[in-house]
Design a protein around this ligand. Structure first.
Ligand SMILES: [Mn+2]
Length: 233
């Protein structure tokens, strides 16, 4: 039994499927996906549908997932005379345009192909994505969060961070976070390529940055928390 982490799959279903094969992912293993499953790549909804079938895959919210969930929920309401003004107004249209410019088109396309029951199931699934999670492996504590810990203070409780601080924070890659030697932080969101020039997991002390730009010029990375071994597709 092993525990794995991936992030920022961004619609790259084929890379996701190839990675599950590469690590020999089985029903005894666990996989945390720390955000940004959707948008940009061609098959984001296929990834969500696959994740939903697996009770040993644990999603964590990314900024793209949250935005997609928000816009899709709003679009999925049946428009009636009573709610037309609140649901089909300029604000809703601007949100939709912002999302499309940010890569939402592939998610919208996949979502439209679903039956009404599947759409409801996908939205229900996404509504349950937590803003962070914690995994304990071999006596080590791993804080799993999409972007990092914005406005970090050692005494601040995880539940007191805002979605913005956890999902959209831009790290300097010099963050140290917790001084406890058993506490590690794993995050995605900011491609390591921007900092190191390489599509590889970047480690600074006990902080790991695992977004290796799967949907552009980089690779999909996967980190095994038991062995700290890195896998790439
Ligand atoms: Mn992100």
């Amino acid at each position: 039994m092993s525990v794995y982490v991936m992030s920022d799959i961004h619609g790259e279903y084929d890379k996701y499927a190839a990675m599950l094969k590469k690590i020999g992912f089985s029903d005894d293993d666990m996989l945390y996906i720390i955000g940004d499953v959707v948008d940009r790549g061609e098959k984001p909804v296929e990834i969500l549908l696959d994740m939903m079938q697996r009770s040993n895959v644990f999603p964590i919210m990314g900024n793209h997932d949250l935005f997609a969930f928000y816009v899709l929920s709003r679009l999925s309401v049946d428009i009636t005379e009573e709610n037309a003004e609140t649901h089909l107004n300029a604000e809703a249209m601007n949100l939709l345009i912002d999302w499309i410019y940010d890569g939402g088109e592939t998610t919208l396309k996949g979502f439209r192909k679903l039956s009404p029951e599947q759409r409801a199931a996908v939205l229900e699934y996404m509504s349950g994505f937590p803003l962070y999670d914690i995994a304990e492996v071999n006596g080590r504590i791993f804080v799993l969060v999409h972007a990092g810990l914005g406005n970090f203070r050692p005494d601040r409780k995880l539940r007191d961070y805002t979605a913005e601080e956890l999902l959209s924070y831009r790290p300097t890659f010099k963050e140290k976070y917790y001084s406890d030697e058993d506490v590690y932080v794993i995050c995605g969101h900011t491609p390591t390529l921007l900092f190191t020039g390489k599509a590889e997991i970047f480690r600074s002390g006990r902080v790991f940055y695992i977004d290796c730009a799967a949907c552009s010029t980089g690779k999909l990375a996967c980190l095994c928390l038991d062995t700290m071994k890195e896998y790439y597709i």
